[in-house]
Ligand binder design. Sequence first.
Ligand SMILES: [Zn+2]
Length: 209
Amino acid sequence: MFVELLDKLRCPHTHEDNPLIATTAVTFERYIVEGTLGCSVCLAEYRVHKGAMDMEGNFPVPALTPELLSEEESTRRAALLGLDERGGLYLVDLLGRYSIPAHLAISPDSQFVAMSVMDRQEHAVMSICGRPDTLPFAAACMRGIAFDIDVPVSLLQSAVNALAPGGRLVAPADTAVPPGVEEIARDDRSWVAQRVATPVLNVIRRASR
Ligand SMILES: [Zn+2]
């Protein structure tokens, strides 16, 4: 886990927005290899082990087919996420991890978080082992998030919150598009939605209805 990502991490539990504090046992270059990420509000602790953040939640292990690992699939994912030369922080799901090297080749200034992986993805700035119900990220810090399968509503909502205005959310076609994003494209497998530019106002409007 890349040390400089720390200021973008937040406790995923429901309470005030609180940064996670790292206690490191082993670091290598600017990566935390072994340590703990702790919340000072609810005292939750997340272990960093072999470079990956351990989070609760089971995740399905996909059947890997040659098509899912193809160059075509990487190109499709890059297009859905709208990767470009501007760079930014992106989160990819369990199959998306295999596209990270190809994504970095076309968008070298971008950084990728790999979620729901069994072990550290060496090209990712952060790997999350497990499939949490809520993403551990600060509001508006990401340019794109692509889910492959099985996205609970809470996970989808936390993804919307983590997206910067204009950021893209990609999810399977059978997932309902959550509030806070506008659908911009869809095919039989996925939809792509964009974070609306006035997130705070929308939240207030929803709350006052
Ligand atoms: Zn907490």
